[in-house]
Design a protein around this ligand. Structure first.
Ligand SMILES: NC(=O)c1ccc[n+]([C@@H]2O[C@H](COP(=O)([O-])OP(=O)(O)OC[C@H]3O[C@@H](n4cnc5c(N)ncnc54)[C@H](O)[C@@H]3O)[C@@H](O)[C@H]2O)c1
Length: 253
């Protein structure tokens, strides 16, 4: 591609929260952004925000854990935006429960969206990156990868994504492709609001309680994560690969 051509980025789970902020941020950096979420109509707000600011974006409905839907989504993105060379695997769900109460369905759903979904998306997109001799893959891990009560499924998926990321970095590096993981701590989104509701707390009280445990004394915002993703997807970050960056207002590892 010529240096003036716009790179195409894909952000999964881009309808809201961290994915929406990331899509907007990547568009502001000049990327054409495919916003994938379960429901195409739900991507409208993110796409409108990007186009209102003069950017280019496409709403795509797909379940990232479904192979056929992923293939169809990538075919459409290639046709309507161009070959994607930036991929942010952000789509996620929670099905929290203590191990003895966790259903097999809740295990499978969480592993399916985070791990299978990231695998299917990356497999479908990597050939375009190889063809371009350039690629940036960012997987959303979590501080829960280090272990978190009530999240056996989620912590296993988020730790799994770290191993997945490092293997991608090793296999794909020779094609100009980097793979990194961003592991957020507490970020104020619908996901953490749902957790507050589940434990019977108001979201403001829940955030205030979390902030007391965080060295910078605040919870994170989606833009805090979008900023880290923007760094990893930058052309200048080509020598940074296979890393896990905890973005949590303090040290974790
Ligand atoms: N919020 C946090 O504190 C936090 C912390 C660590 C990691 N994360 C991770 O960051 C990512 C984004 O989290 P968020 O807080 O913005 O969550 P969110 O629930 O606000 O948004 C997640 C989005 O993913 C979409 N999605 C879910 N399943 C999908 C599927 N199968 N196919 C396509 N889209 C799907 C949802 O519809 C939703 O729009 C997730 O991977 C999450 O695990 C979040």
């Amino acid at each position: 591609m010529s240096t003036t051509e716009q790179r195409v980025a894909i952000v999964t789970g881009g309808a809201r929260g961290i994915g929406a902020a990331t899509a907007v941020r990547l568009a502001a950096e000049g990327r054409a952004v495919a916003v994938i979420d379960l429901d195409e109509a739900a991507c409208k707000d993110t796409v409108e925000k990007i186009t209102a600011a003069g950017g280019k974006a496409l709403a795509v409905g797909a379940d990232v854990s479904d192979e056929a839907q992923v293939e169809a989504a990538i075919t459409r993105i290639v046709a309507e935006l161009g070959a994607p060379t930036i991929l942010v695997n952000n789509a996620g769900v929670l099905r929290d429960n203590l191990l003895f109460k966790m259903s097999v369905a809740d295990w499978d759903t969480v592993l399916g969206v985070h791990l299978r979904g990231s695998f299917l998306m990356t497999k479908a997109v990597q050939k375009h990156m190889v063809d371009a001799g350039f690629g940036r893959i960012v997987n959303l891990s979590s501080s829960s990868a280090l272990g978190n009560r009530g999240q056996a499924n989620y912590s296993a998926a988020k730790a799994g994504l770290q191993g997945f990321t490092k293997t991608l970095a090793i296999e794909l590096g020779k094609f100009g492709i980097t793979a990194n993981a961003v592991a957020p701590g507490f970020i104020a989104t619908d996901m953490t609001a749902a957790t507050a509701a589940r434990v019977g707390m108001g979201f403001d009280d829940f955030k205030a309680a979390a902030a007391t445990q965080i060295p910078v004394q605040r919870v994170g915002e989606p833009d805090d994560i979008a900023n880290a993703v923007a760094f990893f997807t930058n052309e200048a970050a080509g020598f940074v690969s296979g890393q896990v960056l905890y973005v949590a207002g303090g040290p974790l590892n």
